[in-house]
Design a protein. Structure first.
Length: 255
């Protein structure tokens, strides 16, 4: 088997897959499409594998990667999609820090073309909707639908709902099972006030220092907030935190 690569974020998995495809390598992607009980990795987690057996990412924290890579190499050879069901024993779960075992469902497919991989890596928000029987897929955004898979309007609506919910999921419509993989911008925190900025959950930092004092400060902060949203291109994935020295109270608002 080829070189093992470190567990990384989804964007980095897609980035490596894109590089491999660009270099002319055959590549498969394995994606967690369902979990029951304790699961080392959430739904949507991905593993990229090239034809030499090199891989990047994780679908189980090490419990079943070997078996998944073997199936992925078969997919690279024959072009067939595969849906794999694995049980994780209590002993395996304990080794990766979980209290008990569970079940993981993995979908294995050949990687998309380079242009699609780049789009999934860079554009936000976006969703890939895949027919789990054939492997055909379409791309859905809040305003656009594209791809070789013709989707019913009901599935497109569900995909856009999934983008808003920010939760990848499997759905069934008209007897066909689809997996909707969501790629969203991280949640960000914009701090408005006269104190040091806070650090967001994803490590991002945002802060605005109000230059206004007195009773009108709250209103001035609201105006500053609106202008900063426009200037910085902030969206509904940004949470605003406003705090004043007078009250030390917080006010949270969403754009």
């Amino acid at each position: 088997m080829g070189e093992k690569m470190a567990d990384v974020d989804t964007d980095d998995v897609l980035g490596q897959a894109t590089d491999w495809v660009h270099a002319g390598k055959n590549v498969a992607l394995a994606t967690v499409i369902g979990t029951w009980g304790s699961s080392p990795r959430p739904v949507g987690s991905q593993l990229a594998i090239d034809g030499d057996g090199s891989f990047v990412g994780s679908v189980s924290g090490g419990c079943i990667e070997g078996a998944v890579i073997g199936e992925a190499l078969q997919t690279i050879k024959d072009g067939k999609v595969r849906t794999l069901d694995f049980g994780v024993s209590d002993e395996q779960a304990w080794e990766v820090g979980l209290a008990c075992g569970g079940n993981i469902k993995i979908f294995v497919e050949q990687a998309a073309d380079e242009a699609t991989l780049k789009r999934l890596q860079t554009e936000r928000p976006i969703a890939q909707v895949t027919d789990l029987k054939t492997g055909a897929y379409a791309i859905v955004t809040p305003t656009e639908f594209a791809g070789g898979l013709k989707l019913p309007e009901t599935v497109i609506a569900r995909a856009r709902e999934t983008i808003r919910d920010d939760v990848s999921r499997t759905i069934e419509d008209g007897g066909t099972e689809y997996f909707i993989r969501v790629f969203n911008t991280p949640l960000r925190l914009l701090v408005v006030g006269a104190y040091r900025p806070s650090i967001g959950a994803d490590g991002s930092i945002g802060g605005l220092r109000s230059q206004r004092r007195g009773p009108t400060r709250r209103l001035r902060n609201q105006g500053t907030l609106s202008r900063r949203h426009a200037q910085r291109g902030l969206d509904r994935r940004c949470v605003d935190k406003v705090q004043t020295r007078r009250t030390h109270g917080d006010r949270h608002a969403h754009p």
